[in-house]
Design a protein around this ligand. Structure first.
Ligand code: UTP
Length: 225
């Protein structure tokens, strides 16, 4: 199976910073999936590094330049994962899909970050999944699925087990696209998922849940085309 993961930066790089053990756990998971014969791409988010830099830079500059700072954070996180995946990767963070596909065709795991301002790595992941004709797009984040409302703000939010890509678009369309903003799936990503008819799963980004996507035993939300 050809799988693209959008791995939230806050999952890989929590507030307390990176840890060797945590990175090792993710490395084992992606190696395992690759060794089972899957083609793997991981688009890594900027997490707290991006958010911290953007929150300060916002006082001085526009959203677009803040986005560029965020993109650098996503590439730094990517380099960290690449350093630990060793021979499973090449020592390069591709900055476009042509380069990503070349790396995939070398039978390596692709690890990349952001590309252009005004969206997040969710949109990069969805777009890459479309470009390489992936079988599955997985959003591995710090919420365990898509909810009717933001569960971090509303106690009565309910998790949605399955939904259509049109329903996802309708739910996320009002989300902000400001630099550093955070919604379960960014609105552009939702639109790409819809147009590309991508089978998509939104899960909690724990190493265990990432492994569960292959046999569909995850506890997240499945988005059907
Ligand atoms: P993320 O993709 O990490 O945002 O990009 P996120 O989803 O809010 O955070 P996590 O990682 O899931 O916790 C961080 C920021 O970098 C810029 C945006 O400002 C985004 O909010 N960015 C990222 C871009 O402008 N373009 C990209 O392609 C990627």
């Amino acid at each position: 199976m050809k799988i693209v993961f959008a791995l939230g930066g806050s999952v890989l790089m929590p507030k307390e910073g990176a840890s060797v053990d945590k990175i090792k756990q993710y490395v084992e998971v992606f190696k395992k999936l690759k060794n089972k014969g899957n083609s793997i791409c991981v688009v890594v988010g900027g997490g707290n590094t991006a958010r911290q830099y953007i929150s300060v830079a916002k006082e001085f500059t526009n959203n677009s330049f803040c986005d560029e700072i965020g993109i650098l954070a996503t590439r730094m996180n990517s380099m960290l994962l690449i350093s630990a995946l060793k021979d499973y990767c090449v020592k390069k963070v591709p900055e476009n899909f042509k380069d990503a596909e070349l790396i995939l065709n070398m039978d390596k795991i692709v690890v990349m970050g952001g590309t252009h301002p005004a969206h997040t790595t969710d949109a990069v992941g969805a777009s890459l999944a479309e470009y390489i004709d992936a079988d599955l797009f997985v959003v591995a984040t710090n919420v365990d699925g898509v909810y009717t409302k933001d569960p971090r703000k509303h106690d009565d939010a309910e998790k949605i087990k399955t939904m259509t890509s049109k329903e996802l678009s309708n739910l996320t369309i009002k989300s902000s696209i400001e630099a550093g903003s955070s919604s379960i799936v960014d609105p552009l990503a939702s639109k790409i998922i819809e147009r590309a008819k991508l089978k998509t799963i939104v899960i909690s980004g724990t190493p265990e849940e990432i492994l569960n996507v292959v046999d569909n035993s995850h506890n997240g939300t499945t988005i059907n085309p």
